[in-house]
Design a protein around this ligand. Structure first.
Ligand code: SF4
Length: 435
């Protein structure tokens, strides 16, 4: 039986579970745009947090049951609005992507899902986990903030004058210890909880795919222990690992562990080369990250990797030059070598709004367009067809997104303030990078 594309059914609520970087369980990351951010709560309104285990219980929380019921009745839940809108504008949504990935259809779930939307682990084992290991990170990238990286704490305090900020698990209070600012309650270190790992072990038999991010996942020692356990138990041969990493480290022992998994996919967060990289991914050092990229490029199956380029106001001018560099100068033969994405894998930063490319003034946008035009001609004259088409389509999509609306009036002043203050704190000069 096959699922038609015209329903609201998505396999995610039946086979998947996700922990945000503060440990709060949510439906999936696309639900982040909905008012409740897709966070799953108990009857008292408390978010289920991975640090407390109770992973099975969270699967049958009120919100999960409601979302399943809506899907079975052909209705959209407000948590799924992003997929709904993407599909309405003719884009591929995560829902449609997951439908292609998982052979689970509406007809399969209806007989085994109870009237109230609840399910049993035996009928629907968790096959896919999204684990974001806290906010420990050695970089403080411009478009991130304290909830993404603890290296941001000092700049957050200096920029806002406040020693706290809000996240979905409550107010995070920062305190200074010597040179460093720390989270007083260690509220992001949920992955150190034995209760989480014990609860996860009950679901390991069904696991096929694990996505890991952070913070920076390769800094987390519990992640290494987990990989070792998967190898010891023999599970690794059926598991696909997927990462987003800043690639500031790539230890040999990790490469040896990865080789024992069915497949490993690495999205390396590389937003440019040279100074552009160092500006946006502060205080990363391009020379050492480039060495790790070359090492990654030498890896063979089961490791696949790509350059995940986050487009912001600071690196939008550099994007076409980065594509040219990737094709002509990088020396890579395996990174981004798929037919679908033979150059780079870009995405635009929607938030924070003041770094979104839509915030640029009309004049700045025309400078970006002029630059893109120059490179389009270069790609057409110099690239072989696959690279040419990929390069042109990336530039077209970014330009059309940038021009689709304007945030300039609302967030332009914030961009200016933010850039000046952070430049002063970091000894950088954003005017070199802005159009
Ligand atoms: S429809 Fe979209 S938002 Fe809803 S669960 Fe599926 S992937 Fe997530």
């Amino acid at each position: 039986m096959s699922e038609t594309k015209n329903t609201t059914f998505c396999p995610i609520p039946w086979i998947f579970q996700a922990a945000r970087n503060n440990g709060d369980i949510r439906i999936c990351c696309q639900a982040n745009v909905s008012p409740n951010r897709g966070i799953v709560r108990d009857e008292a309104g408390r978010a289920y947090n991975a640090r407390h285990g109770r992973l099975s219980e969270a699967r049958n929380a009120q919100l999960m049951k409601e979302v399943r019921r809506n899907m079975m009745n052909g209705c959209w839940s407000q948590e799924c609005v992003r997929c709904q809108q993407e599909e309405a504008s003719g884009l591929n949504s995560r829902r449609s992507y997951e439908q292609e990935q998982w052979p689970l259809h509406l007809e399969d779930v209806v007989p085994l899902t109870k009237f109230d939307g609840s399910i049993a682990d035996e009928d629907f084992p968790i096959q896919y986990y999204d684990l974001r290991f806290g906010n420990r990170c050695n970089l403080a990238c411009r478009m991130c903030g304290p909830s993404d990286s603890d290296s941001w704490y000092a700049d957050h305090v200096a920029l806002t004058g406040e020693n706290h900020y809000r996240d979905s698990h409550g107010s995070v209070v920062l305190e200074q210890k010597g040179e460093r600012w720390l989270d007083r309650n260690k509220s992001y270190a949920w992955y150190k909880s034995e209760k989480f790992w014990t609860s996860l072990s009950k679901h390991e038999n069904g696991l096929k795919h694990i996505y890991m991010a952070g913070g920076e996942p390769l800094l987390i020692k519990e992640h290494y222990k987990f990989l070792e356990r998967c190898i010891e138990s023999g599970m690794s041969s059926r598991i696909l690992l997927e990462y987003n990493t800043n690639l500031t480290l790539l230890p040999d022992n990790l490469l040896s562990l990865w080789k024992q998994f069915r497949e490993v996919r690495i999205g390396a967060s590389i937003d440019g080369y040279g100074e552009t990289f160092e500006f946006q991914r502060y205080p990363g050092r391009w020379a050492s990250v480039y060495e790790n990229l070359k090492k990654l490029d030498r890896q063979e199956k089961p490791i696949h990797s790509w350059l995940a380029y986050t487009v912001t106001v600071y690196n939008v001018m550099h994007l076409p030059e980065f594509i040219r560099w990737k094709v002509e100068d990088s020396g890579f033969s395996r990174i981004n070598s798929s037919r679908r994405r033979p150059t780079v894998t870009h995405h635009v930063a929607h938030k924070p709004e003041h770094l979104n490319v839509k915030v640029l003034s009309d004049h700045q946008k025309s400078i970006v367009s002029e630059n893109f035009k120059k490179y389009r001609t270069y790609f057409i004259e110099n690239f072989e067809p696959a690279h040419r088409d990929s390069g042109l389509s990336i530039l077209d999509s970014v330009e059309s997104y940038m021009n689709s609306s304007s945030y300039h009036e609302q967030f332009g002043p914030q961009l200016k303030q933010f850039s000046m203050k952070l430049d002063a704190l970091r000894g950088q000069d954003s005017s070199q990078f802005l159009p």
